[in-house]
Structures are given as C-alpha cells and as structure tokens.
Design a protein around this ligand. Structure first.
Ligand SMILES: Cc1cc2nc3c(=O)[nH]c(=O)nc-3n(C[C@H](O)[C@H](O)[C@H](O)COP(=O)(O)OP(=O)(O)OC[C@H]3O[C@@H](n4cnc5c(N)ncnc54)[C@H](O)[C@@H]3O)c2cc1C
Length: 456
C-alpha cells in the first residue's frame, strides 16, 4: 500500500479548493476528489454566472433609462444566447485560471464520485486514497418543499435558470432570499413579469428590516410584484405553464416557477454517519474549528450549518488547512461576515441587525443616512440608505445598506465593525467627494453627534 497523503478532500468547491490551495502552500500533499468541475457551485452555477447575468441586466436598465441622463438611445432586445456566451466566457476564464493554480500547487485532482470509507480514507471507483486527514466539502444543492416536484421544465432551480436560452414571459419566484431576489431582478430587467412569493413578511428576510423595506419599495417601482407573508400551498404544471396556489386560496399563474427556498447539504449515502460523523438535519456537525466528532475528519462550506457563502467556505477551508498544519488559528467570526445581495438595487450588510442586538440584550443607538443626501447616488439615480448600529458608548456593531453599488462599500463597513471602531473614530476618516462611500462617513458623523449633510 502506498504512503498516506497529508490530506484528502471530498469536493472541489469554494471550501474544498481553498483548503487544498492553502495546505499545499504549506508544503503538504493534497488529493482533491471532484465529481464535476473544480470551482463547484460558486464558479459554475452560483456566484459568478449569476453576477454576469446581473451585469447584463444592468446594461439593459442603463440603455432603457438613458434618456434620464440626456442620452437618446434605443433598446432593441436581449439576445439570450449572447448573454449566455458572455457569462460562460467569464466562467471559463476563471475556471482555466483556477485549474492552473491547483496544478501549479501540485494538488492531485481525482475525477469521480468519492465516498468516505474509514476515518482516514476516501474511495473513488476502485481507488482508495489513504490520508492523515480527511476534509468533507461536498457542498449543497437546491431544496424543494415536500410535495413540490421540480421537473426542470416548468418548475426549476437556479441551476436550470442559468441554462435557459430564452427569457420567460412570466415567472413566479418562490423564496425571497438572495438567490430569489437576484433572479427576480434579472428577469424583470429582461422584460419578464415577476412575482415573488415569500412565507416570511419581508424580502431578504434575514436582513435589517429597513433594508428589506427599501428593497421592497425599489422592486415595486421596478414592477416586481411580491406576495409577502404568504405560504405556498401547491402547484400544478401544464403544457402552458404553472399555477400556484397560496395559503388562503389565492392563485397565481406563470410560465415558470423558480424554487429558491434554500439549499440543503450533500451528505447522504457518502459514508459520513457510518464513520462516526454526526449530522443534524443533514448538515455535518463541527466545532468552532470545523472539526467533526471524528478527530481526523473536518468539514467546511455549505455542508456545515454556517452561512452558505463562498467567502465563508474560503475562510473555513483556510482555517482548517492552517490548523492541520499546526499553525495558530482563530475561529471564523460569523457576525463579521459581509453579505451582499446583488440585485438592482443591491443590499449589503455586516455585523448584527437591531433585532439581533435586542435578542442579545445589547443597548444600541442607530442612525439611518438616506442616500438622497449623497451626491454620487443622485448622479447615478439610485435611492436607498445606510443604517449603522453602535453599542451605547461602544463600537459599531452593524452596518446595513441598500442602493446601487453598495456591495462595493461593504469592505469598509467590514473593517469598521470587525475592528470594533467607535463612531467618533470613523467620523474622523475623510471620505472622497462625491462617492457613495461618503454615505458611510456621513452615517458615522451623525452617530458621533456631528451630522454634516443630514439632520441629527
Ligand atoms: C445561484 C447561486 C448564487 C450564489 N451567489 C453567491 C454569491 O454571490 N456570493 C457568495 O458568496 N455565495 C454565493 N452562492 C453560494 C456559494 O455558491 C456557496 O456558498 C459555495 O459554492 C459553497 O462552497 P462549497 O465548497 O461548500 O460547496 P460547492 O461549491 O457546492 O462544492 C461542492 C463540490 O463537491 C462536489 N461533490 C459533491 N459530492 C461529491 C462526491 N461524493 N464526490 C466528489 N465530489 C463531490 C460537487 O460536485 C461540488 O463541486 C450562490 C449560490 C447559488 C446557488
């Protein structure tokens, strides 16, 4: 039998490949097993292709609204095959780069479906890969509601939506999280009639309530309809489309139903429980250092019950690699993870909401700075706001933003919250004029008791 490698990784998505790259960088031998393509959901079916679609949608909006800016142009049509070839080119370019990087770090990629067969081994076909450590990173797939069958024709997931080469005339989007809102935004910009159905009372329901309300207002203005606080009851498919019945009897009809109610872990029939790995609702249970109940086995990414975001997977993967290499590590601070919904307008946040502060018994004071007072926002023709929460006589604990391009402001917001800056300290920082970033500065000036372009 050959010598065990230092680490075998099951799954080559954001979490798995980040761990592979870092562990290899630390001089360790790594084998990564992937049944599809290295890069996983994020690169091939998630973050990257959806943001390419959103960029095409922004181009459509810009052309349609050009007269607002004194430019006379006319919108002809969206050429979906053209949009897809642009999107695929972006993905292919990144895939090529990532594959080259993996190769250059001498990480062996084994193609095929792997299974955990011992606390230190993964089997792929007739090959058993022995390792000192195992990392589970098999990610997630779209979930459905019991009784709602996804036929991939009328009732589709985000994977199907990314493959479409036509624009639907009408769509019902089930679920108002980031994925649902992003597709609603794209399709509306492309000309479809869109209705979002959400059981909770707001769009992006995990965000600050004010951010949800601002997005709801912007979506209404865009012509996106919403059925909020309404439970889905049933759906029937026909050759023409799909009919959805909501709790209370209301019926909606559309050409397509996108199911975007969340993603469930890929953990079944992979030998996890047989080897002593504990699961909870299908997610792999880990400690703060991403170690499972079995000392040689770690798990990261969408497979564990933390925020399902690519950059969370990266952070967890890097932490596991460093821990296994014996370096000192700090657990991921999940409150400090920046979150962005890339719809038009965007929603971005970091830190905690007012509701979470209340639940934790934390006394906060807050300021909401309306983008109406921001020069750059007026120039771009966007509306929205920046809300900042700080502990009374303490640091900033949450920043929540809505507006075009606010996703680009989240890194400063992250430095502020994660470095536990005081509002007065941020108020001292000069923000360039006229930029959207001034809105962050203005909110902190107001919070420090010296508002400039706003009222106290
Ligand atoms: C539509 C959409 C948009 C998104 N947009 C964003 C965004 O803008 N920003 C963001 O941060 N996140 C976004 N996400 C989430 C992001 O894609 C995930 O959080 C991230 O991909 C999780 O990484 P992972 O490594 O845990 O899992 P995955 O990326 O799912 O990778 C798991 C890999 O394991 C492989 N695999 C599974 N089982 C086996 C097996 N038995 N053997 C071998 N290989 C196996 C799979 O083929 C896959 O490649 C989006 C997701 C979706 C669906």
């Amino acid at each position: 039998m050959s010598e065990p490698v230092d680490l075998v990784i099951l799954g080559g998505g954001s979490g798995g490949y980040a761990a592979a790259l870092r562990y290899a960088e630390l001089g360790k031998s790594v084998v990564m097993v992937e049944r599809d393509k290295v890069g996983g959901t994020c690169l091939h079916r998630g973050c990257i292709p959806t943001k390419a679609l959103l960029h095409s949608a922004e181009v459509v909006d810009t052309i349609k609204e050009s007269q607002t800016f004194g430019v006379v142009g006319s919108f002809d049509k969206v050429d979906m095959p053209g949009v897809n070839s642009y999107k695929d080119k972006v993905v292919q370019g990144l895939y090529k780069g990532l594959s080259g990087l993996v190769k250059s770090r001498k990480i062996e990629v084994v193609e095929g479906t792997g299974k955990l067969v011992s606390p230190t081994a993964v089997q792929v076909g007739d090959r058993t890969i022995e390792a000192k450590h195992v990392l589970l990173a098999t990610g997630s797939v779209a979930r459905s509601i019991p009784g709602l069958e996804i036929d991939h024709e009328r009732v589709i997931t985000s994977d199907d939506a990314l493959e479409m080469d036509t624009i639907p005339t009408s769509v019902i989007v089930l679920g108002a999280g980031a994925i649902g809102c992003e597709f609603a935004s794209v399709w509306r910009s492309f000309g479809a009639e869109v209705t979002i159905v959400e059981a909770l009372p707001h769009l992006v329901p995990l965000e600050e309530e004010n951010s949800s309300k601002l997005l709801e207002r912007a979506f209404r203005k865009k012509g996106i309809k919403s059925e909020l606080g309404k439970r889905f009851e049933s759906a029937t498919q026909s050759a023409e489309g799909v009919q959805v019945t909501l709790e209370g009897g209301k019926q909606l009809e559309a050409e397509l139903l996108l199911v975007a109610i969340g993603r469930g872990p890929v953990s079944q029939n992979l030998g996890y429980e047989e080897q002593g790995v504990e699961l909870e609702r299908g997610f792999v249970k880990v400690d703060a250092y991403c170690q499972t109940a079995v000392p040689t086995i770690s798990a990261v990414g969408d497979l564990i019950p933390t925020l399902q975001l690519a950059h969370v997977g990266f952070a967890e993967g890097i932490m596991v690699a460093e821990r296994l290499a014996g370096l000192p590590v700090t657990p991921v601070d999940y409150d400090g993870v920046p979150r962005v919904t890339y719809s038009h307008p965007e929603v971005a946040s970091v830190g905690i909401t007012a509701k979470q502060a209340e639940e934790r018994g934390m006394q906060i004071h807050s300021v909401t700075y309306d983008l109406a007072g921001n020069g750059r926002a007026r120039i771009l023709g966007t509306s929205g706001a920046v809300t900042v929460h700080a502990q009374v006589d303490g640091p900033v604990v949450g920043i929540h933003m809505v507006g075009e391009r606010v996703g680009d402001l989240i890194s400063e917001a992250q430095l502020i919250t994660n470095w536990e800056a005081l509002p007065g300290e941020v108020a001292q920082l000069i923000h360039p004029h006229p930029t959207m970033s001034e809105a962050v500065g203005e909110a902190h000036l107001a919070l420090a008791g010296k508002p400039l372009h706003s009222h106290a």
